[in-house]
Design a protein around this ligand. Structure first.
Ligand SMILES: *[C@@H]1O[C@H](CO)[C@@H](O)[C@H](O)[C@H]1NC(C)=O
Ligand SMILES: *[C@@H]1O[C@H](CO)[C@@H](O)[C@H](O)[C@H]1NC(C)=O
Ligand SMILES: *[C@@H]1O[C@H](CO)[C@@H](O)[C@H](O)[C@H]1NC(C)=O
Ligand SMILES: *[C@@H]1O[C@H](CO)[C@@H](O)[C@H](O)[C@H]1NC(C)=O
Ligand SMILES: *[C@@H]1O[C@H](CO)[C@@H](O)[C@H](O)[C@H]1NC(C)=O
Length: 242
């Protein structure tokens, strides 16, 4: 196709039109991982990509959080190091290995529960602005489980299972040796100042189950901690004495 221009202004008009056409071949911000899982004390990478791929070296890139006035991190462009909000200072890294292809990431170290939530990365350059969102899910699994067994009385034996250091709120249940769920006598969840969950569950049992299991499950990491309690029955004790 040949374009003929009868005047300079027509040429300019066409040129502008082509430019608009090209920029409306929509530059967009996407994220390869809309859901990022991180463990307390570990690290997370919030990655963002401009498509079609092009260098974003000269763009302004922000990572933002709802309810936080200051950006988590702000890269002002032109290769100059960015700034982090006070609670992120010294634990963020701007990953720009692929900045020429439109991909950058914010790496956050020493993750804490307060980092859990929705983040947005925003790219801005004269005339272009777009945002992508991602969820950072922070998880923690309790390190130890404590078992208390009360002296048996007429009703049976009261067994208590205790564990701390979970996030988010875990699921908890008693199971017998065949995996059947045993209804708990009580179940209690509480949260400490650092927002870790403590769980406490009791079971009144007749010692007839042989062994019972206290199971605590983290719904985010899908990890389960099982503690097996073996209840020696009275018959067994007698038998051993003979
Ligand atoms: C960050 O690290 C620098 C150098 O190690 C230190 O001077 C500064 O106090 C640290 N800031 C925070 C908020 O931890
Ligand atoms: C990680 O953060 C916690 C508080 O959230 C702090 O007590 C600890 O010293 C930090 N660890 C490192 C290695 O910076
Ligand atoms: C976009 O970047 C310019 C400077 O490059 C800045 O003045 C402006 O406030 C930014 N806009 C938004 C919405 O962040
Ligand atoms: C993030 O999680 C919230 C609540 O779980 C959900 O409503 C929202 O759609 C999620 N956002 C993204 C970008 O996945
Ligand atoms: C224990 O056994 C007694 C007598 O058989 C019964 O009444 C009681 O309900 C049992 N308790 C439990 C927790 O199974």
């Amino acid at each position: 196709m040949k374009l003929k221009f009868s005047s300079f202004s027509e040429y300019c008009g066409c040129f502008l039109f082509l430019q608009v056409m090209m920029s409306s071949e929509k530059l967009m911000v996407t994220t390869p991982t809309r859901h990022v899982l991180a463990r307390v004390g570990g690290q997370a990478e919030l990655s963002c990509q401009v498509t079609p791929p092009r260098s974003v070296e000269s763009m302004e890139v922000h990572w933002l959080r709802n309810g936080h006035f200051q950006p988590v991190y702000l890269y002002r462009g032109h290769g100059v190091d960015g700034e982090a909000a006070p609670e992120y200072v010294n634990r963020t890294e701007f990953v720009k290995d692929a900045i020429g292809k439109g991909r950058v990431a914010l790496r956050i170290h020493n993750i804490s529960i307060s980092d859990d939530g929705l983040y947005r990365c925003s790219f801005n350059e004269s005339g272009f602005i777009d945002v992508a969102s991602m969820n950072l899910s922070v998880a923690a699994v309790g390190l130890e489980t404590q078992i208390h067994v009360q002296a048996p009385d007429a009703q049976g034996v009261m067994v208590e299972c205790n564990s701390a250091g979970w996030f988010p709120q875990p699921q908890m249940e008693w199971r017998d040796s065949r995996g059947k769920i045993l209804p708990p006598s009580s179940k209690l969840y509480s949260q400490d100042e650092a927002r870790f969950f403590h769980v406490k569950m009791t079971l009144l049992t007749n010692q007839s189950q042989g062994s019972i299991m206290c199971c605590i499950f983290n719904p985010v990491t899908r990890e389960e901690k099982q503690t097996i309690i073996i209840l020696a029955s009275e018959y067994c004790q007698v038998w051993w004495l003979i």
